[in-house]
Write a protein that binds this ligand. Structure first.
Ligand code: AGP
Length: 611
């Protein structure tokens, strides 16, 4: 939630800040603003709406100055408006702050500041920070920020400038991400790496509680206790293009097309030749595999799409490894009194590694003695640092709010773990283990084959996008894939869509079915073809239009469903990796038909760092 940037150097700050903010709009886009030190004073420009509104507002005006901060907002306290947009300033306008996170004790701090005579102009928690810094300011901006941080409860990533200090900005981080970018004679601060890539590939992911004084020619980093540390600068080798649309109309379309590559990048490095012949699964991140032998159960906690990956994995762990497995939504789990023991393998899945509910589940599990294994896409994320072991999906940056390549790469990580666990525990024969590995290695080509037929799905979307409800039905793995398919459709096309376990239809949901309903049957498990065909018949006879996504090539579903989309042949247990792709495409093309921007769905943000 919210993207923040900072620049100090010899160039004009305004274009550098606006360019960097463009790359962070996925983090929030209900308002934007910049503050630049110009002619000895801070010039602050803010506007409700997307970044373009701000750019239009300042177009043609010269805001010259080489020090500045910027912000793109997803409102938490105070509705989206010009005044609530960041930067927020102290009363005299000499200190400006951009902030990502929530100051949980801001009401108490505000009342105290008011008792000291401070007049507040906004309902934001961030304004409290600006006034507090002003309160503690005795001629040293760094000390004032440090003292302020000690008063704040909750999460923050923030960047501060003062008109008294034209050569530096102050950056601080707790629970929300912040990256320093090192240039030549110029330095940067940003919430995420894509904002920096145009300028530098040398970055430092700030650690919990750290505070930095960033100058044009050097950076001083300190712990929250004021001890100086040497930042471990990393080289980022992503292409600049990898963070851009690369010729596709939308990030989501691009990211769906990246799935064959992303899946291959995630699977292949983990497959090695086994000493005795055949292949083996090896995660260099995992300290041995004996823990699988002792495991009594697996608990997977995650949110949204990542939780759906966990639901698929639940079936995979039980099938391949015969370990009882639960998939829990982290937002619920954090309020449970969980039963955990040292034999529970606790797995957390998160694309961003910054989801507040997921991190809370991690902290709870750790406080109960569980060792946490994280699957995440973001190196240096909070989750990656807090987990005991971490496995990275190699999806590359995912910009579209609706997750696609993150889902399929999370899935392949979980399948690799389930296969390995099954093999180590003796639940999976060497032959079936080899077969499973071969299935995963073959997925990228099959995914590419589906994407090459996207025109078929596009036509179907053009016919069906106006249905007022869409239900996905399926059993077991197909039901899990249906959950993700329904989420995609509702997120970006705003169509009411739900997934139902097909056998549950008759227990209630079938009452909803009428001639304005589209039912998409996920029918990939051979042993269940007859069952799902009956369900299709039941909804057809109540007026629904039906589409079957299947791997049957015999024409069996041609009789049952109005339309059939055949995915490449795959072992039933791996089918969600493929069946979800036509569903992603369907959601995308329905959104396009409705004139929605699939990259920026209403009311949603990419990284949900508040509860
Ligand atoms: C996916 O399309 C959603 N935007 C959302 O459900 C997301 O998966 C969820 O917020 C979890 O995010 P994470 O993977 O970054 O933790």
């Amino acid at each position: 939630m919210c993207g923040i940037v900072g620049y100090v150097g010899a160039r004009q700050a305004t274009p550098a800040l606006l360019g960097a903010l463009r790359k962070l709009e996925y983090r929030g886009y209900d308002s934007a603003g910049i503050a630049v030190l110009s002619g000895g004073g801070l010039v602050v420009e803010k506007a409700k709406g997307m970044l373009q509104v701000l750019e239009d507002r300042i177009a043609g005006r010269e805001i010259s100055g080489c020090l500045g901060i910027g912000h793109t907002r997803w409102a938490t306290h105070g509705e989206p408006s010009d005044v609530n947009a960041h930067p927020q300033t102290n009363t005299s306008g000499t200190i400006a702050v951009v902030h990502n996170g929530i100051v949980e004790n801001h009401q108490r701090l505000k009342e105290w500041l008011q008792s000291q005579g401070v007049v507040f102009r906004t309902r934001t928690d961030t304004e409290t920070i600006a006034h507090l810094i002003n309160y503690y300011y005795r001629g040293n901006i760094f000390d004032a920020v440090l003292k302020t941080l000690h008063k704040l409860e909750g999460a923050y990533a923030l960047c501060v400038i003062s008109s008294d200090f034209p050569d530096r900005l102050i950056a601080a981080k707790k629970e929300n991400p912040l990256v320093l970018g090192f240039g030549r004679g110029e330095n940067f601060v940003a919430s995420d790496v894509p904002a920096l890539l145009e300028h530098t590939r040398e970055v430092y992911y700030m650690d919990e509680g750290e505070i930095a004084a960033v100058y044009g020619d050097h950076v001083d980093v300190f712990t929250g206790r004021g001890e100086r540390i040497i930042p471990r600068v990393q080289h980022v080798d992503w292409d600049v293009d990898a963070a851009e649309k690369g010729g596709y109309e939308h990030f989501m379309l691009k990211e769906m097309h990246e799935q064959p590559r992303a899946i291959a990048d995630t699977v292949k490095p983990r497959i090695i030749d086994a000493p005795g012949g055949g292949r083996d699964i090896f995660f260099e991140e995992l300290p041995g595999t004996d823990f699988w032998k002792d495991a009594s159960r697996v608990v997977i906690a995650a949110c949204g799409t990542a939780w759906h990956a966990g639901v698929v994995a639940r079936y995979a762990f039980e099938r391949f490894a015969r370990i009882p497995t639960e998939a829990e939504t982290a937002s619920e789990y954090r309020y449970k009194n969980p039963i955990l023991d040292s034999r529970t393998v606790f797995i957390v899945v998160s694309q961003s590694g910054e989801t507040a509910d997921t991190l809370a589940a991690v902290r709870l599990a750790k406080s109960r003695g569980a060792r946490v294994m994280a699957i995440t896409n973001v190196v240096g994320s909070t989750l990656s640092r807090e987990a005991d072991v971490r496995i990275y999906t190699r999806a590359g940056p995912e910009i579209a709010v609706a997750s696609t390549k993150a889902f399929t790469t999370q899935l392949v990580c979980l399948y690799l773990l389930a296969l390995k666990a099954g093999f180590v525990r003796g639940a999976l024969s060497p032959e079936d283990y080899q077969k499973g590995i071969a299935e995963l290695l073959a997925v990228p080509d099959k995914a590419a084959e589906i994407l090459a037929r996207k025109g078929v799905i596009q036509k179907e979307a053009a016919l069906q996008f106006n249905k007022n409800k869409v239900f996905f039905i399926g059993r077991l793995f197909d039901y899990a894939a249906g959950l993700e398919s329904a989420l995609k459709l509702k997120e970006i096309s705003y169509t009411h869509s739900e997934a139902f376990a097909a056998g549950e239809l008759k227990h209630g949901p079938i009452a909803l079915v009428d001639d304005r309903t589209l039912v998409i049957a996920l029918a990939t498990q051979r042993a269940l073809f007859d069952k799902i065909a009956s369900n299709i018949a039941q909804v057809s006879s109540r007026g629904a239009v039906t589409l079957a996504i299947t791997q049957d090539t015999s024409g069996y579903f041609d009789q049952a469903a109005d339309q059939v989309f055949v995915i490449p042949q795959v072992d039933d247990a791996f089918s969600p990796l493929l069946s979800v792709i036509p569903a992603q495409l369907f959601a995308y093309y329905c959104a396009i038909q409705k004139g929605n921007n699939p990259d920026r769905p209403r009311n949603l943000a990419k990284s949900v760092t508040v509860e």
